[in-house]
Design a protein around this ligand. Structure first.
Ligand code: GUN
Length: 307
């Protein structure tokens, strides 16, 4: 039976470290790391995500300011707000909650965020740096700000390997076969890049991949981010594999109640995997913790640039 990866607990420990960093920045620089979150429209799921991000930011001593716009807001208005936030020295990170209403070109909006305040790592500069493996700062330039969900997945994978009796612990992820199912810009693509940098042999599949089982059965690590309930089933998983479930799907239990499930048939797959993330309580809490960590990173860069 698989070890259930406790994302809530791992995130709680990580947040304690973040809170210490926040306190240090406040003490040394008299600055409170501040995140600006832009929410357009009233999609209930986005409202929940944004409110969780805000609460968690406050819990570690950071500021989070929400800017709410109606669903009819124009692209021009949004970009004007982003320009204002880019130029506001009290703001260190800017997040535009996606998806945006269909009349707005998300690409145009995101690419107006200053790469220095791009806590999501979605701007061309940060995506480009990650794609060439430039994720570390050096004396000449800053490495990429890496998207939060891929960082969360990688953290949980490393934790599973360290606690594993199946994998050799001293070589990290080097040489392991990783399969990423789902090639979104938010999760799949950047995660594949990170895993390549860890020395994994990476395959990217999607919900339409033919004979998906042929791919999944080879993999030591499988990350599923497709939004398809029960896409990954027990027969598709090699014994001892590590399973990371990024899916968040609301399914009906009866005509009154519903619950959140991932993309993995959890109750069955846990019988063959060596470690598996639950939904909820797996990747989600870690993603928010990395958003805060990225905000601190941006804040420290801004402080350094101003010195
Ligand atoms: N919508 C779903 N996930 C994300 C994310 O990681 N960042 C933003 N900005 N929007 C999202």
């Amino acid at each position: 039976m698989a070890q259930i990866i406790d994302g809530k607990l791992i995130a709680a420990n990580f947040r304690e470290e973040i809170a210490i960093e926040v306190a240090k920045i406040k003490k040394e620089h008299e600055i409170t790391p501040t995140l600006a979150v832009i929410l357009v429209g009233c999609d209930p799921a986005s409202e929940v995500y944004v409110s969780n991000k805000e609460k968690t930011a406050h819990s570690v001593g950071m500021n989070s300011i929400q800017f709410k716009f109606s669903a009819e807001t124009t692209q021009k208005e949004l970009i004007a707000k982003i320009d204002e936030l880019n130029n506001d020295p009290k703001i260190h990170g800017i997040l535009v909650q996606l998806p945006l209403p269909s009349h707005i070109n998300s690409k145009a909006v995101i690419h107006n965020i200053s790469p220095l305040k791009d806590v999501d790592g979605f701007t061309i500069e940060n995506v480009g740096k990650l794609s060439i493996g430039d994720i570390k700062d050096d004396e000449n330039s800053y490495g990429a700000i890496v998207p939060c969900t891929p960082l969360a997945c990688l953290h949980l994978i490393k934790n599973a390997v360290e606690n594993s009796s199946v994998f050799q612990r001293n070589i990290g992820l080097t040489g392991l076969k990783a399969l990423v199912i789902g090639a979104s810009n938010i999760v799949g693509r950047p995660l594949a890049r990170l895993l390549m940098l860890e020395g994994c042999t990476v395959t990217i599949a999607n919900r339409s991949t033919r004979n998906l089982s042929a791919e999944t059965l080879q993999a030591d690590i499988i990350i599923v981010a497709t939004g398809v309930v029960n896409l990954l089933k027990k027969e598709m998983v090699k014994k001892g594999a590590i399973i990371i479930d990024v899916g968040i799907n609301r399914v009906k239990i009866n005509h009154l109640e519903s619950k959140i499930v991932g993309d993995v048939d959890f109750d069955q797959v846990k019988k063959v995997a060596s470690a598996i993330t639950p939904v909820p309580g797996g990747v989600g809490p870690m993603t928010i913790a990395y958003l805060l960590q990225n905000t601190i990173k941006c804040c420290l860069r801004i402080i350094k640039n101003n010195q």
